[in-house]
Write a protein that binds this ligand. Structure first.
Ligand SMILES: CC(C)(COP(=O)(O)OP(=O)(O)OC[C@H]1O[C@@H](n2cnc3c(N)ncnc32)[C@H](O)[C@@H]1OP(=O)(O)O)[C@@H](O)C(=O)NCCC(=O)NCCS
Length: 205
């Protein structure tokens, strides 16, 4: 982990290193017991392209292309650095060895009251509690950092793992909806979930 963080920092001039990157000032590195959540960078491209090229992931999220190429991964890193994707996009990495596991992030809705939580993990890393662990600091940061009243998320009807994560971190199901799935090439039904600031404050206390 240390090596990766140092490498990221070394790409900046000594003056820049003293200041946070402007596009990331509201997106600090987040820690959980086993994970470091930090900005995606160029060293992630190979692992990102390898893990994300998986229909079992692409068909569960809305905008991931499938197949997923190294160019898609490089574009993702560039656009997330430029602040073109979401508000805070995080690479989920293991604290002990720096391995890239997947991504998560939040994206504001047009109403400016709501931010949407999204995430995916490479299939070899499923079932170890990593996303339950990663989602918590992202949830907390989304409320602590902004004036957002609501955190929204959704998952496909068959996605019991994601549904369980949302329930575990305090979301309540509010009904059914549809999202356009790029990998499926059509609208697909989803469970819609919401966590209010009031409920989040209750969970924290
Ligand atoms: C969904 C996903 C993020 C889960 O990540 P994960 O790290 O494997 O999840 P966790 O290990 O933290 O497990 C979360 C909970 O769901 C349960 N769970 C996990 N997979 C499950 C499944 N297929 N069916 C039922 N429950 C499941 C776990 O038992 C755990 O519940 P518990 O703590 O009560 O035991 C991962 O499978 C993934 O990236 N899938 C593809 C992309 C995706 O679905 N993204 C979310 C879009 S809404």
């Amino acid at each position: 982990m240390q090596t990766e963080l140092v490498r990221e920092d070394q790409s900046r001039s000594p003056e820049q290193r003293l200041r946070p990157q402007r596009s990331r000032t509201d997106c600090p590195i987040l820690l959980s017991p086993r994970l470091v959540l930090r900005a995606p960078h160029e060293d992630d491209i190979d692992a990102l392209a390898h893990l994300a090229n998986n229909a079992n992931i692409a068909t569960m999220v809305s905008r991931m292309p499938h197949p997923y190429t190294a160019k898609d991964a490089a574009d993702f890193v560039r656009r997330s650095k430029a602040g073109e994707i979401g508000k805070c996009v995080y690479a989920i990495t293991r604290m002990d060895n720096g391995a890239f596991l997947g991504c998560c992030g939040v994206e504001p809705h047009a109403d400016e009251k709501t931010v949407e939580l999204g995430y995916w993990l490479g299939e070899p890393y499923w079932g170890h509690g990593y996303m339950s662990e990663a989602a918590l600091p992202v949830r907390d940061h989304a409320f602590a950092q902004g004036g957002h009243a609501l955190l929204y998320s959704g998952c496909r009807l068959s996605n019991n793992g994601s549904r369980r994560i949302l329930e575990k971190i305090g979301f309540a199901r509010i009904g059914l909806g549809h999202i356009f799935s790029r990998a499926c090439g059509m609208n697909v039904p989803v469970h819609r979930f919401l966590l209010t600031r009031e409920r989040w404050e209750g969970l924290r206390s």
